[in-house]
Design a protein around this ligand. Structure first.
Ligand code: GCU
Length: 126
């Protein structure tokens, strides 16, 4: 990967940085508030424009899917990407999506779409 962006370094809207579930990268993860609209925003640098594989690492210790809408530079890119249960809050998995990025800085925002909020989010990697 070119770069890893830790969720705890992102712009968190309605969520908290925590470190109480082992296995995370960096210094912690973001626990989305359990509301629709809670969000984490990343500033993602791409060296060239075009479609890119972007990986999100997460844990979801419930049995309910916690979908996120993923937008790039203000436009919805992935509608309700699934983040299914991982079996435990300490069980981290990855989801990879294809995002069309511009060269240079991109704003990638991952917004919870249900009242359960998002999964615990560890990082975004490109
Ligand atoms: C538990 C868990 C949190 C998680 C939360 C949730 O409180 O410890 O890490 O974020 O459930 O349901 O979102």
């Amino acid at each position: 990967p070119e770069s890893r962006y830790e969720a705890e370094n992102g712009l968190v809207s309605q969520g908290v940085v925590e470190s109480n579930h082992a296995g995370f990268s960096g210094t912690g993860f973001v626990n989305y508030d359990n509301v629709s609209g809670s969000a984490v925003e990343f500033k993602v640098n791409a060296d060239v424009a075009g479609p890119r594989q972007v990986t999100l690492r997460f844990a979801n210790g419930t049995t309910a899917n916690r979908p996120l809408d993923i937008s790039v530079n203000g436009s919805l890119a992935v509608d309700e990407q699934s983040f299914a249960g991982t079996g435990a809050w300490t069980s981290w998995q990855t989801v990879t999506v294809t995002l069309d990025l511009v060269a240079g800085e991109n704003t990638v925002r991952a917004v919870a779409t249900t009242a359960n909020g998002g999964p615990n989010l560890d990082y975004l990697e490109i």
